[in-house]
Ligand binder design. Sequence first.
Ligand SMILES: Nc1ncnc2c1ncn2[C@@H]1O[C@H](COP(=O)(O)OP(=O)(O)OP(=O)(O)O)[C@@H](O)[C@H]1O
Ligand SMILES: [Mg+2]
Length: 509
Amino acid sequence: MLLGIDFGTTRTVVTAVNRGNYPVVSFTNEAGDAFEWYPSIIATKGAEIAFGFEALAKQGQPGWTFRRSVKRELATLGPDSRLKIGEHEMSVFEWITSFLEQLHHDLRENSNLRVKKKDKLEAIISVPANANSNQRFITLEAFRRAGFDVRGMMNEPSAAGIEYAHHILGENGVGKREYLLVYDLGGGTFDSAVISLADRDHEVLSNEGITRLGGDNFDVILLDMALKKADIHEVNDAQLALLLEECREKKEGLRPTTRKIAIDLGCAIEGAGEVSLTTTDLYAECKPLIDSTVAAMEQAMQKATAEAGIDWKSLAAVYLVGGSSDFPPVARLLRERYSKQVKRSAYPHAAVAIGLAIAADTDAGHKLRERFTRHFGVWREVESGRHIAFDTLFEKDTLLPSKGEEKLTLKRRYIPAHNIGHFRYLECGGLDAQRQPQGDITIWDEIHFPFDPALRAEESLDGVPISRVTLNGHLIEETYSCDANGIIEVEITDLSDHFSRSFKLRGKK
Ligand SMILES: Nc1ncnc2c1ncn2[C@@H]1O[C@H](COP(=O)(O)OP(=O)(O)OP(=O)(O)O)[C@@H](O)[C@H]1O
Ligand SMILES: [Mg+2]
């Protein structure tokens, strides 16, 4: 059985490939109610751990600790980072694997999918466009360990682009080349992409995103305003979880014509009553965040213009997806700037998952080429270690190989001048005028490679001092490769005797 799975910060949506149709899978909770999404939530109490609907059912019960948005942590935490939820501590990788194991179980047992026991669940999965290599690797590996057979991975806005091409442009596909701007504001991340659509061969021209900006932020703003108005300055973790839930519910109930919003602080704080706020004030507080999403999207447009010389008259649409595109000031602000070109998806929550299923279905025939969404490079010491400089190895927006094509590779060769090679790789969202990293920066594990053959047997090179040496006859080759999923591997080889080591960022086992 072939599925599209959009592992979201707040909601995970699953679609199935079913003879040219891509139905959203519905789940049944303990009470027998059906939902077209699966809550990305974890709850713990003492030795107990619950995920998904089971975790959601614990809300309001004493002693439970809740954690949403674990996906969001992936962007900033390293592979070995520990995360404590209640009394349980595991690596982020282990938490996500366990969550996905429960999803795997519930897809088989508590959904409207009819999966035979012997059938494997195959999936195309998605990641935020500006996810770093580590985030991509952990997501892929966690899905695999949870029992899914992962067929591929796509960037979230790219999948939404495929959904647009398939649904809005219909059976005949695109006639002449058109450009689509995807605006995807979810619970935890903002992503945008400029996609060139032509027939069924699409290409991502540029991406821009903000890692930690989504509907969760609007909930926090709303709660801060309500607490301030009620003159309450302290809340504990359990109260905070309930209050954020209350704010989220009320926010989701807003319509473009709503003027007032009432927050019931009494749901978590005894004796506290209801606070009434105006939507004008709320939207004014949220505006800088929404402005920053528009600025990021326009940066993607500028880049696409500079590189592909786009005539924006052929802009097919600014396509709004993600649950937060339902937040009234978002569509309003975008309509002020792009008027009729703004089109809301008929399935804001499910567009990404539907696009994944369409992409997975070879009969639908949509192909899409993606690009590097971050710069990847290495710090190196210059002037005998007095300074460090950054070398870019793969530039942001470099075209990635399509599925099935050979990996993108890059080689560097040199005669080693030190006993040990010390590599500090990093990925970043941007480069400044001096081509130094800026924006979202992710630093890889430090890598040590024994240039001196006498050091090859050492278990760890961490404590060994680095010194200048002359190694006659040795020639080092670094090979960098990147697959269609944007996952980077590094292989360092001494060409004199082909001694070699490979490195890839790994989540803690
Ligand atoms: N009607 C609505 N009005 C305002 N916000 C809404 C509405 N419906 C859903 N949302 C918000 O949309 C967000 C969830 O959107 P979505 O399901 O697209 O995110 P996600 O896929 O879980 O997150 P991400 O893509 O960032 O990982 C939540 O913040 C939710 O409160
Ligand atoms: Mg999403």
